[in-house]
Design a protein around this ligand. Structure first.
Ligand code: UD1
Length: 420
């Protein structure tokens, strides 16, 4: 297993090109199940999660070709298998999204209940309810969802009791080939949902309202192939912006959609870093002096993303004062706190709230990555800590950050990967 070693305490200076969004890429790959023609994705990140999903799709008969560069081509001329086995699904929760498209294309599917990051219970009840509303017959058997829609799927009016990114995407991926109109109420509005809708519409789907709370999908009988560029990764961009704010220095991020992080920039500025934006780049500069405390409340988009909560806390641990960080999306997403505490942070967690009392500096320490985004907060803390921080279990990090040590290394970070 690999670990990351960081000799911290040096400001970051340089430029980082942001990759395509993991959370979009893994839904766009699933789109390939909906057509017998080629789906070509550009600006694709190369990650463990995209590799896992590629393996799952290949298992179903999809020809998956990676490269050259940031390109991936997927071709599901025929589906040879409609089962998604536990071994492949458990590695990544989002692979559960193959269920609806398999049903839509083949009329049947057997998909293992998912695994993924250990950040709370994360059930899939909303996913299943929306598929049932579209006419799917579903039973659960030995950890598998066994679904059929022999007479085809039909459009339905679905009202989500609370916002779910995955359930919104799954319903969209299924409804595009259903007969009649589907209306999704209280839909998630994340940029990745808009990206998915744009890709599907370019294939001939009829989706309106993506990015708003009400999404309408008029089913079509067939979708064509497509070439689509994956939206830039707002979480990767936010993570490096917070790395610069935490370690200090001056870092320019390119290939971003700055409007997708409208909730982050004012908070970084309030914390005392200078933020200079245009549409596709941002420059983050932080000189001497401690950051100022800023409270954060995670919310569904366009609110502050839960996927940047750990990294923002990493900055607040050094603030000159007390900040309160509230996690509203997942019930168990403070696993980075004890690890940050090993590096000297002073954090008290009560339920969904963390009280962060800023300390003057981080102390380098051996720490353990517990989930994907938590690992990123440890990297950022390690960059600021004087001495050598060793972060083990970096496979979490490799799920979602492309070449993290190369990208940070370009900005002068003394960061390397070692075998444990
Ligand atoms: C996606 C993102 C993840 C991000 C999250 C919230 C991907 C691959 N992952 O995850 O990085 O942190 O959105 O922005 O895109 N829930 C249920 N029942 C369901 C579905 C969800 O109770 O059927 C709950 C979840 O446990 C959670 C909340 O709803 O508490 C929101 O989850 P959801 O928006 O679905 O997150 P994901 O799509 O899993």
């Amino acid at each position: 297993m690999d670990k990351i070693v960081i000799e911290g305490g040096f400001p970051l200076t340089g430029e980082i090109a942001i990759s395509g969004a993991k959370n979009s890429a893994i839904k766009l790959m699933v789109v390939s199940l909906l057509t017998d023609q080629k789906v070509t994705l550009t600006n694709m990140p190369r990650l463990r999660d995209t590799r896992f999903l590629g393996q799952l799709l290949a298992h179903m008969g999809v020809e998956v070709e990676e490269g050259p560069g940031a390109k991936m081509t997927l071709h599901a001329a025929d589906l040879s298998n409609t089962t998604a086995p536990y071994d492949l699904v458990r590695k990544m929760r989002a692979s559960f999204n193959v269920l609806g498209p398999l049903l839509a294309r083949a009329g049947e599917a057997k998909v293992s209940l998912p695994g993924g990051c250990a950040i709370g219970a994360r059930p899939v009840d909303l996913h299943l309810k929306s598929l049932e509303a579209m006419g799917a017959k579903i039973k659960l058997d030995q950890g598998y969802v066994i679904a059929s829609a022999k007479g085809g799927l039909k459009g339905a009016e679905i009202t989500f009791p609370f916002i779910s990114v995955g359930a919104t995407e799954h319903a969209m991926l299924t409804a595009v080939l259903a007969k009649g109109e589907t209306v999704l109420n209280n839909a998630a509005r994340e940029p990745e949902i808009v990206d998915l809708a744009e890709c599907l519409n370019a294939m001939g789907a009829k989706i309106t309202g993506a990015g708003r709370s009400e999404v309408r999908i008029e089913g079509v009988s067939k979708l064509s192939g497509v070439t689509h560029s994956v939206v830039p990764d707002r979480i990767e961009a936010g993570t490096y912006a917070l790395a610069a704010a935490t370690a200090g220095g001056s870092v320019r991020l390119t290939n971003i959609r700055s409007d997708h992080l409208g909730s982050l920039w004012p908070l970084i500025a309030q914390a005392g870093a200078k933020v200079s934006l245009d549409e596709t780049t941002v420059l983050i500069e932080r000189g001497g002096g401690r950051p100022k405390p800023v409270d954060v409340d995670t919310q569904a988009y366009p609110g502050f993303p839960t996927d940047l909560q750990a990294q923002f806390m990493g900055l607040m641990c050094l603030a000159d004062g007390v900040s309160i960080i509230r996690e509203n999306i997942f019930e168990n997403r403070f696993m980075h706190c004890p690890e940050l505490a090993r590096m000297g942070a002073d954090i008290t967690v009560t339920g969904r709230e963390a009280i962060v009392r800023g300390v003057k500096e981080y102390r380098a320490a051996p720490v353990m990555a517990t989930d994907l985004r938590a690992s990123a907060s440890l990297i950022n803390a390690g960059l600021a800590a004087r001495g050598e921080t060793h972060i083990s279990r970096v496979y979490h990090l490799d799920r979602g950050f492309e070449h993290i040590e190369v990208k940070l290394g370009q900005c002068g970070a003394r960061i390397r990967r070692e075998k444990e």
